[in-house]
Design a protein around this ligand. Structure first.
Ligand SMILES: Cc1cc2nc3c(=O)[nH]c(=O)nc-3n(C[C@H](O)[C@H](O)[C@H](O)COP(=O)(O)OP(=O)(O)OC[C@H]3O[C@@H](n4cnc5c(N)ncnc54)[C@H](O)[C@@H]3O)c2cc1C
Length: 385
């Protein structure tokens, strides 16, 4: 039997961030990860910490963009070490990135981006400032610089894991429900029972099974993505490709990972959302067509391509829409949470801490030296390209 103040299930960004905050507030806290730390959605994500501009491509600032607009500043404080969550050793793939079009943008979006220039520093690049691949004569669009960040999510997971590695346990856990609200305990595969004041489910897609086995009343949904990867002699390119038809998402989103002479482009956005209906080969052909339309000067013929299918886990929304806010659902001694986006994790933490902090730390810590410690995972495409 193990006793702890708080037992967290899931070692993605949510679980690891919460674990670190609770430790610094004096709680005895154990985290259980069934595979490798970050190996769910976190390491598969594009790491974009954004202020919601991509949700306004129809020129209208909706609820999602209002919730998210303050987040890049919160993250910048963490990355510069000026926040309770010190992420000063986390790498960034980019400190700003581009929004680029295939042709001229509509008046509505241009006016909207113009207003952003005043408030948050988005700016349109002049012809003389255009970097490759936009500097080619074949590129016919406009390019804006957006002051948002792209995180190296592997170094993010490494940094969070290093804060208290001895209390990160590799184990798949199952809940043991009781008749009232909440659960009795968690149980590890070897039969060890884990008792706690609070059990926090931060298991991404795994929350679905945990919730069902705990008899909680929360409904969840999954939304799929079919991402595309290409590797070759490519320039570094990070940003959103938008066209006149773009509504609340870019035609595609690209992030770049450089290694020696090759660069890998990771493509998401609308391409990945609609791509769930296409099998891998058709999805690659679709991506090639999109790339040629936006970036005709780039030779992708000798690149290696592959695709990655992955699902995002969320609370259930009407018509499977994208939820606007992070969610923290409490029933008895169980708290289930979903950040919805990496970007929104700091906001989610405020809600989870508010629930937990009403109960002071109190349970003596147990000896966990015999349990296997969880290791940090890799980018899911490492080795596949
Ligand atoms: C392709 C893709 C691109 C994205 N891009 C962005 C982006 O650019 N910007 C942005 O802000 N957001 C992005 N997101 C969203 C973001 O990645 C997620 O919101 C965030 O990573 C969720 O983190 P999490 O820790 O809650 O879940 P996860 O990262 O999924 O972690 C859950 C962990 O729980 C573990 N687990 C599951 N069940 C159990 C169990 N029973 N016992 C023990 N462990 C268990 C899993 O192994 C996993 O490691 C993207 C998501 C995807 C899929």
């Amino acid at each position: 039997m193990i006793k702890t103040d708080i037992a967290i299930v899931g070692g993605g960004i949510t679980g690891l961030w919460l674990h670190s905050l609770l430790k610094s507030r004096g709680y005895q806290c154990l985290l259980f990860e069934k595979y490798k730390l970050g190996s769910g959605q976190t390491l598969a994500s594009q790491g974009m910490i954004h202020g919601g501009l991509k949700y306004n491509l129809d020129g209208i600032a909706g609820t999602a963009s209002k919730t998210i607009s303050s987040m890049p500043a919160v993250w910048r404080a963490c990355l510069s070490g000026d926040s309770e969550m010190d992420l000063s050793n986390v790498g960034c793939i980019a400190w700003q990135y581009h929004l680029f079009s295939d042709g001229r943008l509509g008046n509505k979006l241009s006016a909207f981006l113009g207003s952003h220039a005043l408030s948050v520093g988005t700016r349109m690049l002049s012809a003389a400032e255009l970097p490759p691949p936009f500097s080619s004569d074949q590129f016919k669009g406009v390019v804006y610089e957006i002051p948002d960040l792209i995180l190296d999510t592997q170094s993010l997971i490494e940094s969070l894991a290093a804060k208290d590695p001895n209390n990160l346990i590799e184990a798949k856990v199952k809940p043991v429900p009781h008749d009232g609200a909440g659960i009795n305990c968690l149980i590890l595969e070897d039969g060890t029972k884990v008792e706690a004041q609070y059990f926090v489910y931060a298991a991404g897609i795994g929350n679905e099974e945990l919730i069902a086995k705990s008899n909680l009343k929360m409904a969840t949904q999954r939304r799929g993505l079919h991402q595309v990867l290409l590797k070759g002699d490519l320039p570094v390119l990070n940003g959103h490709a938008v066209s006149l038809q773009s509504k609340d998402k870019p035609r595609f989103t690209v992030t770049s990972y450089k290694e020696r002479s090759n660069t890998t482009w990771y493509l998401g956005g609308e391409l990945a959302e609609t791509g769930i209906k296409r099998e891998s080969r058709a999805q690659i052909e679709f991506a090639k067509h999109e790339l040629k339309q936006f970036l005709p000067s780039i030779n992708i013929d000798s690149c290696e391509f592959t695709t990655l299918e992955i699902e995002r886990a969320e609370p259930k929304e009407r018509s499977r829409l994208r939820p606007d806010r992070p969610t923290c659902y409490c029933e008895g001694n169980v708290i289930a949470c979903w950040p919805i986006k990496l970007t929104l994790v700091p906001l989610l933490m405020e809600e989870v801490l508010e629930k937990i902090m009403s109960n002071p730390s109190g349970i003596a810590s147990s000896d966990t030296t015999k349990l296997r410690k969880a290791q940090v995972g890799n980018y899911p495409w490492n080795g596949s390209l």
